[in-house]
Design a protein around this ligand. Structure first.
Ligand code: TXA
Ligand code: MG
Length: 316
């Protein structure tokens, strides 16, 4: 357990090297990815991985994503398949996580997968993440760097606000380019979207050349951590608000009067980039109701609406 204040480091070759060394020593390091900031630990070190769960207050049944620096490294740990190859060739490095069967006798700490026989794995595109992973030379388990159930961090300051004293260092790479967590695709056995993200179902189907499978609710355990309440501000959240009332904190989309606007020009990528940061700003006082304008449900809008639905869900 870390007991000293967390340091925020500018991204120099020295600090990247230091971050990688800390990871190898079993410590916790937060680093930027193109999606959100991750809270990293050596995925082959059981006590380091346990420290992630402790720092986040994360339920032990919610498995972690292992981050790798190459496809070759991924193949050391999971049963690679044709579909994995096709998707990784198209989208890696990038905001796509693949869930694949674990290889027997792999070196992944059992807590990473929360006892499942599959591993979620991703090769991020952010240059700082890649350099840390290359220097560490091993898979790094990294959930989003926020206390469990809260809003994911898209800046180093967000990480500090939630986890000061619980992580050794934060590498500051500025704001994340995508702003929403990776698309998760299950491939064990058929291709199915477990969490929507900036890579959409139709992007995936175009590359795969066949439709994704849709499981009916309850017929399949999908992403075990996809709890309904997540990404939650302290304030109440009211969705699809076609009008705003005076006492509400208001989050707009497109040209309209509001406190903060996800994208005045109605650009969904810009809205995704702003979502978590604006929810945090409106939640500064932790009370009242945040009313959110309707967001078109296509492209990355599907992922924005998924996160908003969880932000608005009852907290117990
Ligand atoms: O963009 C991202 O994916 C970020 C950055 C840091 O890479 N990470 C991230 O991790 O969002 P986290 O822990 O916040 O979300 C991981 C999700 C959880 O919903 C978890 O349940 C699911 O991935 N997951 C992990 N392993 C899984 C598995 N073997 N099968 C199904 N779902 C899995
Ligand atoms: Mg998360």
């Amino acid at each position: 357990m870390v007991i000293h204040p967390t340091e925020i480091l500018d991204p120099t070759s020295f600090s990247i090297e230091r971050a990688a060394q800390l990871l190898v020593q079993g410590r916790l390091v937060s680093f930027p990815t193109e999606t959100v900031y991750g809270l990293g630990a050596d995925a082959t070190n059981e006590s380091a991985v346990k420290a992630i769960y402790a720092a986040k207050g994360r339920p032990s049944f919610n498995p972690l994503i292992a981050h790798v620096s190459s496809v070759e490294m991924a193949k050391d740990y999971v049963e690679w398949s044709k579909a994995a190859d096709v998707l990784a060739s198209a989208f890696w490095p990038g905001p796509l996580t693949l869930v694949l069967p674990l290889k027997p006798n792999n070196a992944i700490a059992p807590t990473v997968t929360a006892g499942l026989d599959t591993l979620a794995i991703r090769l991020p595109a952010h240059p700082l993440a890649q350099q840390v992973l290359e220097h560490a030379g091993r898979p790094i388990a990294a959930p989003s760097a926020n206390p469990s159930g809260r809003i994911s961090p898209t800046t180093a300051e967000h990480v500090f606000d939630g986890l000061n004293g619980k992580v050794d260092v934060i590498l500051d790479g500025g704001p994340c380019a995508v702003g929403l967590e990776s698309t998760i695709v299950g491939l064990a056995p058929t291709a199915t979207v477990l969490r929507p993200g900036s890579i959409t179902e139709s992007d995936l189907e175009t590359i795969l050349g066949y439709p994704m499978t849709h499981y009916k609710d309850g017929s399949h355990i999908s992403a075990p951590g996809q709890m309904l309440s997540h990404y939650a501000p302290n304030a109440e959240v009211r969705l699809n608000a076609s009008t705003f009332s005076q006492d509400e904190l208001t989050l707009g989309f497109g040209a309209m009067e509001c406190d903060l606007n996800l994208s005045e020009g109605g650009d969904l990528d810009e809205a995704a980039r702003n979502l978590f940061s604006m929810l945090r700003q409106l939640d500064k006082n932790g009370q009242g109701t945040i009313a959110v304008a309707p967001i078109p449900n296509h492209g990355i809008g599907v992922a924005i609406n998924d996160r908003l639905k969880r932000a608005a869900a009852p907290k117990d």
